[in-house]
Ligand binder design. Structure first.
Ligand SMILES: [Zn+2]
Length: 234
């Protein structure tokens, strides 16, 4: 059906304008450059306040556990080869460990896609924090009051803020035929993938953390957790 002349005039303009902008950008490099951000300024992936970082937390989370959590500011190279700034929410006891590992990742240029607390609106399902959405977005995160993957009764170390998942898409959870996040594969040749030889993995192990890539019944390459000291370990 042919539309009325007024509408078609507008719709023609609607199609032509972006084309004009594209041509301008191609023909005039300074226009394209002006759209870029200064290279020595970090990209901000997360800069949440305390309220924002815990907004939407599972109401079953004991206040005592919640109070132990701390927001740690971190810097890292992402896949755009630029330094990004993000935030990890962890048990305050582990702040120095997290800073050590991220400093090492930055020094060796190990790429991390994004580090955004799971309370972000992009990781909400029915207004609750959703680990699947965070994994699918290849986001690195730690504290989340939730059960372990595949269980409805056992609390995860993430619930205590004593576990972190790094680059889930390059470092999937693999149990039999189940691979999470959906569509991911484990290929040590791909940047951002963790192996037993990765300096980051070695540092975590030296600091007393366990790595899911060393587990035998299933693999959780993205996952690191730190048990409490033997005296208090259940
Ligand atoms: Zn995990």
């Amino acid at each position: 059906m042919i539309k009325t002349t007024t509408t078609s005039k507008f719709s023609r303009l609607f199609y032509i304008f972006p084309l004009f902008v594209m041509l301008l950008a191609v023909s005039n490099p300074s226009y394209a450059e002006s759209k870029q951000v200064t290279p020595d300024v970090s990209v901000i992936d997360a800069r949440m306040t305390e309220n924002e970082a815990f907004n939407g937390l599972n109401p079953k989370c004991p206040e005592e556990l919640r109070k132990k959590q701390k927001i740690v500011q971190v810097k890292y190279y992402s896949y755009d080869n630029r330094i990004h700034e993000g935030q990890v929410v962890v048990d305050g006891e582990l702040e120095e460990d997290i800073k050590t590992v991220f400093k090492q990742a930055l020094n060796e240029h190990f790429v991390i896609y994004s580090v955004i607390p799971i309370s972000d609106k992009h990781f909400r399902k029915n207004n609750s924090w959703d680990d699947d959405l965070s994994m699918e977005a290849n986001n690195t995160s730690a504290f989340n009051y939730r059960m372990i993957t595949g269980s409805t009764t056992r609390l995860s170390k993430h619930a205590q803020g004593r576990a972190i998942d790094i680059n889930p898409f390059q470092n999937p959870y693999i149990k039999g035929d189940t691979v999470l996040p959906t569509g991911s594969t484990y290929d040590p040749m791909v940047a951002g993938t963790l192996t037993a030889d990765s300096p980051i993995v070695k540092t975590f192990l030296r600091l007393g953390w366990d790595w899911g890539g060393n587990w035998t019944s299933y693999k959780d390459y993205q996952h690191f957790e730190k048990p409490r000291s033997n005296a208090t370990k259940k």
